[in-house]
Every structure is written in C-alpha cells, then in structure tokens.
Design a protein around this ligand. Sequence first.
Ligand SMILES: CC(C)(COP(=O)(O)OP(=O)(O)OC[C@H]1O[C@@H](n2cnc3c(N)ncnc32)[C@H](O)[C@@H]1OP(=O)(O)O)[C@@H](O)C(=O)NCCC(=O)NCCS
Length: 178
Amino acid sequence: MPELKPLHAGHAPAVLAFELANRAYFAASISDRGDDFFAQFTGRFDALLAEQEAGICAFYVLVAEDGSVLGRFNLVRIEDHTAELGYRVAQHAAGRGVATAAVRELSRLAAARHGLRTLRAATSRQNVASQKVLTKAGFVAVGSADPAHLGGKKGTWYQLDLAASSVRKAGRRPAPKS
Ligand SMILES: CC(C)(COP(=O)(O)OP(=O)(O)OC[C@H]1O[C@@H](n2cnc3c(N)ncnc32)[C@H](O)[C@@H]1OP(=O)(O)O)[C@@H](O)C(=O)NCCC(=O)NCCS
C-alpha cells in the first residue's frame, strides 16, 4: 500500500526521479518548474526541509512499496491555522483516485497533526482533474484566483473548513451557534 509520509532528506533521489519523469506531464496543466529547479535540485530540496523545520510548510510524499514517489502533497504558507494545498501525482498512477485519497488523508492530518482549521487551493479553469479532486475531497469554490497565482491562467480558489469536515466525518450534526 502506498503511504503518505512527511518529506525527509532521504526522499531526495526519489523526488528528483519523480519530478524528472513527469516534468512534461505536469507542465501540460501547471507551470513548469524550470531548468534551474533541476540544475539546483539539492540546494532547493534542502531549502524546503529548512522551511518545513521552521513550520512555514509541511511537505508530504506518497511513497510506493518499491520506494518510488507516486505523488507530492504539500501544505504551504501556513499561517493563522490556514494553509495552501498543492499536489501532483505521477502520470502512471493517474485516474485511479490516488490524489483524492491522499488529499482526504492530508486534510485529516492538517487538522490533527498541524492544528490547521482551513485549507485553500487554487486551480485553473482548464484543470478539470484537479477541480474534481478538490470537490470530491469536500472543498468548495469560494472565488476567483489571481492569474498571477496560476501561471497566467484564470482559475478559482477552493476552500475546506476542517472543523466542519471532521464533524461531517464523525456523522454528528454541528453544535448550534450560540
Ligand atoms: C490533478 C492530479 C493531481 C489528479 O491526480 P489523480 O490521482 O489522477 O486524481 P484522481 O484519480 O483522484 O481524480 C481525478 C478525477 O479527474 C478526472 N479527470 C482526469 N483527467 C481529466 C480530464 N482531462 N478531464 C476531466 N476529468 C478528468 C478523473 O476521471 C477523476 O474523476 P472521477 O473520479 O470522477 O472519475 C494529476 O492529474 C496531476 O498531478 N496533474 C498535474 C499537476 C496538477 O494539476 N496539480 C494540481 C494543481 S491545482
């Protein structure tokens, strides 16, 4: 069973292999990372780990039984109990519910492990697969996203209220507001 694991230094080679193998696939729907990302991979990876250590971000990798990376799921810009969610799944694993299951799991961890109350994610209008992932995981559209945030594309912000979603999962009705 693939496992969602917090990113650590030992994941570097598998993450690089994942990003290289899927570069063209990702670039068809989101901004390409650029040549510098690959040329300076080690330094950038170390910088990510430092950001994670500082509590600004929390990075996760979905690791297959053979140690390869199937997907990356990240909580970034953590502030005021809110974070921005980003994700990408390997082309060979696409269309099997991998992203939806991992986003659901990370939403649970976001509240339980990181003390978050709200997750936000922006996706372009063309990225129907990502919109489906978000809505299946309980996110709702809350407004237009600045194209500068989406590599110049028009898009939408989605939001998940983690407290409300845990109440729904527990099958309880929310307490009446006093
Ligand atoms: C978006 C992405 C993470 C989805 O990963 P995934 O594991 O294939 O997602 P899931 O299988 O959980 O769900 C995808 C849904 O989109 C649907 N889908 C996939 N491609 C589609 C397309 N081109 N048009 C319409 N629907 C599409 C699938 O059928 C599925 O819906 P269903 O369950 O109703 O059948 C993956 O395509 C990816 O990494 N894309 C590039 C990076 C990216 O766009 N990241 C998101 C940035 S906001």
